[in-house]
Every structure is written in structure tokens, then in C-alpha cells.
Design a protein around this ligand. Structure first.
Ligand SMILES: [Fe+2]
Ligand SMILES: [Fe+2]
Length: 127
């Protein structure tokens, strides 16, 4: 999918974001269909991909003029910790509620890319 809304003009970061959106769509679809066991199985590799991406983004845009700051990095940590808690707190009895909370968290990660990461593109002057 090509969505100009989240283009930073950094080839590798844009490719990461595209890959993450793909994984998020797949998780979303499985959640909507009630395939919670599949979601739980996929969650580990999604968290790994997200963590790798966050570290790459922080490393590539480490200079203050790139717009990466402690608040942005703090958001990365918070999102990973929240996702890990979801992965660890899978309870079969209330799986519907678990799915709704996880979906909220995934939506939040998509909003991060469209808000926090967008600021990076403005600062670096990329189109
Ligand atoms: Fe990002
Ligand atoms: Fe970010």
C-alpha cells in the first residue's frame, strides 16, 4: 500500500512503516473475525518488528534537528511495554475484551506513526 500520509522521505523508515501497517491490518482482520489464538501467535513477531523499527528510527534521527526527542522515545517505550503486557495477559475467559484492548493499542501505534513520526518529516524538510 502506498499512503502519502505517512511518508517521511526516509526510504528504510517508510518501508518499515508500510510493513508495520500491513501487519496491523492483518491483526485487525483476525481480531474482527474472532481469531484470537492466531492473533496471539502473530503478536510476538509484530512486537519484534515494532521494536526493531523504533530503535532504527531513534538511531537514524538521533540529532536534535531531526525532531527526535525524549517524549517521542518515551512513547516508543510505552507502546512496546503496553503491547508486551497484552501478549502476556492473554486470558481465554475474556478474550473479547482482550481483543478490544489490543485493537485500541494497535490503533494508538498507527496514530503514533501519523502524528509523532509526521513531525519528524516536517523538521527534516522531507516531502
Ligand atoms: Fe515510526
Ligand atoms: Fe516514532
Amino acid at each position: 500500500m502506498t499512503n502519502m500520509l505517512y511518508r517521511l522521505g526516509h526510504a528504510s523508515l517508510d518501508a518499515d512503516h508500510e510493513g508495520l501497517f500491513r501487519l496491523e491490518r492483518s491483526l485487525h482482520q483476525k481480531l474482527v473475525r474472532g481469531r484470537h489464538e492466531d492473533v496471539l501467535r502473530d503478536l510476538g513477531s509484530y512486537i519484534d518488528a515494532l521494536e526493531r523499527h523504533f530503535l532504527a528510527e531513534e538511531k537514524l534521527l538521533a540529532n536534535p534537528q531531526d525532531g527526535m526527542d525524549a517524549v517521542h522515545i518515551g512513547e516508543h517505550r510505552r507502546l512496546i511495554v503496553t503491547l508486551q503486557a497484552h501478549a502476556e495477559n492473554y486470558v481465554t475467559q475474556s478474550v473479547g475484551e482482550w481483543g478490544r484492548r489490543l485493537m485500541d493499542c494497535i490503533d494508538e501505534i498507527e496514530r503514533h506513526i501519523l502524528t509523532y513520526d509526521r513531525l519528524l518529516s516536517d523538521v527534516s524538510g522531507a516531502s
